[in-house]
Write a protein that binds this ligand. Structure first.
Ligand code: 13P
Ligand code: SF4
Length: 373
């Protein structure tokens, strides 16, 4: 089978041409910064919309027009007619916004360093080579599904091979779609979300972890004996949670409920009461009865937000002080937000994320397939 060819590079920061923060913005205090952000937003009016992922720090979500999970924010981007979409999130989210907004709109990622490490674990260049190896071993049709947490070139690759994108809230539907189209699924890049989805569909015995570069791991010929092939990617923030953290919470708060993100390990999701996207986590706490205890197994900023937004609920981090923040999300510094907004007021667009046109068209196909399931 022929493989697609992509003009792409392997790099830690997908957009390492984006600009650094000018020195004059590095030491702003919170009061001055807030005042300057508000002044800039007033001047820009409806020309600008700020989208904030649930993992962004307080100083960013406070200025966001919409706060949500990656699926909700991509829908908000698609519905917005603002000239400038400022994305408080990570690179793959800003890319998705650029793919689904009009060409006349600009998507701005305030800081260049907000690159999700998990997205970097499955670069299109690598997947393309691995795909050739895998498809050479079987006549069965393999459908690639990529998690939203991936770069635009991988989304384009999936579209070209008959596959699609999914988020943590619709991964099960994407699997069902894929099994209607073909015989097997290659799921990228998050092996835990893939495994948790396989369990949800009762297909746990048909999965295999596959790392094409591990000489001691499963080889391609063996991998294709399974219906669900899981790429060896993971999120460091979510892998940290272990079953003993849930045991500890249940010992400390006997009535506690536990909710975790499906990027957590299988055994953690199984030991929790619920699992779901960051939007599901928010809704669960919002609907909790006053006095209930909810332990949250996800990025720590969301837990802090939930504590502020719902003081009537006892919201606790699942692994206490050991819970992590996401280093990529943290790069969206409020000083950067001030800078990109003030530059827009002066007529200059900084740190615009622009997906290459040929990738954009195909990646949109993969995203549209997701929006249709
Ligand atoms: P959500 O789609 O649930 O917001 O998750 C995004 C993410 O990066 C989780 O680590
Ligand atoms: Fe990526 Fe994990 Fe951060 Fe989500 S929490 S953006 S998956 S590193």
């Amino acid at each position: 089978m022929e493989t697609a060819e992509f003009e792409t590079d392997l790099s830690l920061f997908k957009y390492d041409n984006l600009e650094q923060l000018p020195p004059a913005y590095r030491e702003l205090g919170e009061d001055e910064r807030t005042e300057r952000i508000e002044t800039a937003l007033e001047a820009l009016g409806d020309d600008v919309v700020i989208l904030g992922h649930n993992y962004q720090r307080r100083e960013i979500v406070e200025h966001a027009d919409f706060i949500g999970d990656s699926y909700q924010l991509s829908k908000e981007a698609a519905n917005s007619d603002a000239d400038y979409v400022i994305f408080g999130g990570v690179t793959f989210m800003a890319e998705s916004a650029d793919i689904i907004t009009d060409d006349s709109q600009s998507v701005i990622l305030p800081s260049m360093e907000a690159s999700c490490p998990m997205a970097g674990m499955a670069e299109a260049l690598q997947v393309d080579a691995a795909w050739a190896e895998l498809t050479a071993e079987t006549d069965d049709e393999i459908i690639p599904i990529t998690y939203m947490n991936s770069y635009a070139d991988l989304k384009a690759f999936c579209a070209e091979q008959g596959g699609l994108v999914c988020t943590s809230s619709n991964a099960h539907k994407a699997f069902e779609y894929a099994f209607e189209q073909g015989d097997k699924v290659l799921f990228l890049p998050d092996k835990h979300l893939g495994e948790n989805t396989a369990y949800r569909l009762g297909m746990e015995s048909e999965t295999v972890d596959w790392d094409p570069w591990d000489p001691d791991g499963t080889d391609a010929a063996t991998a294709v004996d399974n219906d669900i092939i899981l790429w060896e990617g993971y999120c460091q923030v979510h892998e940290r949670f272990r079953e003993h953290h849930i045991d500890g919470i249940r010992a400390e708060y006997p009535d506690a409920n536990v909710i975790v993100h499906p990027e957590c390990r299988r055994e953690v999701v199984e030991a929790a009461d619920l699992s779901g996207s960051t939007a599901t986590i928010c809704e669960t706490v919002e609907n909790a009865d006053p006095g209930d205890t909810w332990a949250i197994g996800t990025e720590i900023h969301l837990t802090y937000h939930l504590q502020r937004w719902h003081p009537e609920v006892n919201v606790v981090p699942l692994c206490g002080d050991a819970c992590m923040d996401c280093n990529a999300m943290r790069q969206i510094d409020p000083n950067y937000l001030t800078w990109v907004l003030e530059e827009l007021v002066d007529g200059r667009e900084r740190n615009v994320i622009e997906v290459a046109p040929e990738e954009k068209e195909l990646a949109k196909v993969a995203l549209d397939r997701m929006l249709e399931i």
